[in-house]
Write a new protein. Structure first.
Length: 155
């Protein structure tokens, strides 16, 4: 059941809160529009000089969470992700990433030059290393949220 819920979240929630850190350990969080492929990768387009983009060049380990922020308190579900991110430079990988991002919105992807050369934009790919979903629980009779790891092979 948790895997089904996680799949639904990844399919329907299009913004992730992306957490990065600088080389000196300073945290940064940014909302990004994401699209997933079938190989546990997700993609987004950001300005090359954006704070989170600079952080990824320095420190590739990231975290992300996707959740529905419109539901009532205590009813929300989220998928929590640890991943390794990178700015894409290979033309074939760029084309695949653009297809995922623009395809999510039902649009045709633009030419890869939109994220290469002198363009201020770049496309990024993150490979999921682990994922969790939140579930209700109790500790000593007190309701708390807990995280349950999701097998990536089942996503």
């Amino acid at each position: 059941m948790n895997t089904r819920i996680a799949k639904n979240i990844l399919a329907h929630i299009c913004y992730a809160s992306l957490a990065t850190t600088s080389q000196s350990g300073l945290p940064w969080c940014s909302p990004v529009y994401v699209a997933f492929d079938r190989n546990h990768h997700f993609y987004w387009i950001s300005a090359r000089q954006a704070h989170h983009s600079q952080n990824i060049r320095e420190h590739r380990q990231i975290a992300a969470v996707l959740y529905d922020s419109t539901v009532s308190e205590g009813t929300g579900k989220g998928v929590y992700i640890q991943a390794i991110a990178q700015e894409l430079s290979d033309p074939d990988e760029i084309a695949s990433g653009l297809l995922a991002v623009f395809g999510r919105a039902g649009e045709q992807p633009p030419a890869i030059e939109i994220v290469r050369g002198n363009s201020p934009l770049r496309i990024y790919k993150a490979e999921m290393q682990a994922a969790w979903i939140n579930v209700g629980g109790q500790v000593n009779g007190t309701p708390i949220e807990q995280r349950v790891e999701i097998n990536l092979n089942n996503l």
